[in-house]
Design a protein around this ligand. Structure first.
Ligand code: ZN
Length: 416
């Protein structure tokens, strides 16, 4: 796979003359503001392309799209980088199961992902970087961490000394070990210095794909890939030496809440081990989406795919609207009722927008912007919108449909 700059066309962003208050985000590791004066350096963990985009992915990328839009509308710039984990156990396993080549599977699912994202009107990353194109970066990063004393060898694999950062764990150590085990880690491997040490370089196993490096033939661990891709494309080619102009290396590290530990913790401490600098100013994590009262997961086989919904005739704007109805940080449920109620709301919005006379719009737009500026409070923004729809239905007048359409399109990405 190739490194792509802007992998799909960006949606048009209608300009707005409204005032955009400073964007405040609650953040997993503490609240922070996004000031438009500095380009926003945002890294969001991408997909492992062995299956189609499900609603959990869509909700995650939609969250960062709201940040992206708000920053642009505030007059700021965004440098947005996303990776593709196009080499990993699940991808190799799925390719083997389906007797297909892992590279073609990765390409096919990535193409489907870009189609879904484009249909949902998400801004494309400025750099969309497959892990397989980051081997040189991983190589030099491991060398730098090794020089700083953070690396040791176990058989032919290389491990990172997480033990240096135990006082920064986001949860008690025994819980961390449990999460580590559930989410791809190997706490019980014999010979490790500490159960939470994470693998940086996996020496080649029989028949698995591998790359030449100064640390032997093999492939990288997952966490180091995101650390180097984020730094290379947000800090620059000389990322090993950090960024002397800013206190942290990047501004936002984002993804689903299942990435808080170990993935984001490990990427952050590895970035620090190579540069000596703090990784991210803020961390934004999105809640998980379940289906009909159950957790949505590969193992349960109850994933709802965006491409399937669209193929079944669901308007992508209704999917987008339904995902915006709840706050990004909450765990929530998807159901046919939720989709039906989103369809009903969207019909009412479209009918209101087609009227000649509509309820006053200035305050509604202000309330929508203020809500998004306050930790992306989409439920409050939608309430303000539906209040306006209700007032319009009752015959209230004095507003402008153009004004509200522009706000829906720009701020929420809803083009009706
Ligand atoms: Zn990642």
């Amino acid at each position: 796979m190739k490194i792509l700059s802007s992998p799909w066309p960006n949606p048009f962003l209608p300009a707005m003359s409204a005032n955009f208050p400073l964007l405040r985000l609650k953040g997993t590791a503490g609240g922070f503001n996004v000031a438009p004066e500095n380009p926003l350096r945002m890294y969001v963990c991408g997909i492992t392309p062995y299956d189609a985009t499900h609603l959990g992915h869509a909700a995650t990328y939609l969250t960062f799209d709201l940040i992206n839009r708000y920053q642009r509308l505030s007059g700021g710039q965004v440098n947005f980088v996303e990776n593709i984990t196009d080499i990993d156990e699940p991808l190799l396993e799925r390719a083997k199961r389906d007797s297909t080549d892992w590279r073609s599977l990765a390409q096919q699912e990535t193409d489907l992902f870009t189609e879904d994202m484009s249909a949902l009107r998400l801004f494309a990353p400025d750099w969309f970087v497959p892990a397989t194109q980051a081997m040189d970066l991983v190589d030099s990063a491991i060398t730098a961490m090794d020089l700083n004393g953070f690396v040791y060898k176990l058989e032919n694999d290389l491990y990172f000394r997480t033990s240096r950062f135990l006082d920064e764990l986001p949860c008690p150590e025994d819980e961390a070990i449990e999460f580590f085990s559930e989410r791809g880690g190997d706490p019980m491997r014999f010979g490790k210095e500490h159960p939470l040490d994470s693998v940086l370089w996996i020496a080649n196993r029989d028949g698995e794909p591998g790359w030449d490096s100064s640390h032997g033939f093999g492939r990288p661990g997952w966490h180091i890939e995101c650390a180097v891709i984020s730094l290379r494309y947000l800090v620059g080619a000389d990322f090993i030496h950090g960024d002397s102009t800013r206190p942290e290396l990047i501004d936002i590290q984002g993804g689903g809440s299942d990435l808080i530990f170990p993935h984001h913790f490990m990427s952050a401490v590895q970035a620090r081990a190579m540069t000596g600098q703090r990784f991210s100013r803020g961390y934004v994590h999105t809640g998980m989406i379940g289906l009909d009262g159950e957790k949505m997961s590969k193992s349960k086989g109850n994933l709802v795919f965006v491409s399937k919904l669209i193929a079944d005739g669901v308007d992508p704007m209704i999917i987008r609207y339904a995902l915006l109805k709840d706050h990004y940080s909450t765990d929530r449920m998807w159901s046919d009722q939720l989709l039906a109620s989103a369809e009903a709301d969207v019909l009412r919005i479209r009918q209101a927008l087609s009227r000649n006379e509509v309820a006053p719009t200035v305050t509604t737009v202000e309330r929508m912007i203020a809500a998004i500026g306050d930790d992306l409070d989409t439920p409050t923004a939608i309430d303000a919108l539906m209040q306006w729809v209700g007032d319009t239905e009752l015959g209230s007048t004095g507003g402008s449909t153009g004004e509200i359409s522009r706000a829906l399109d720009s701020v929420l990405g809803l083009a009706f």
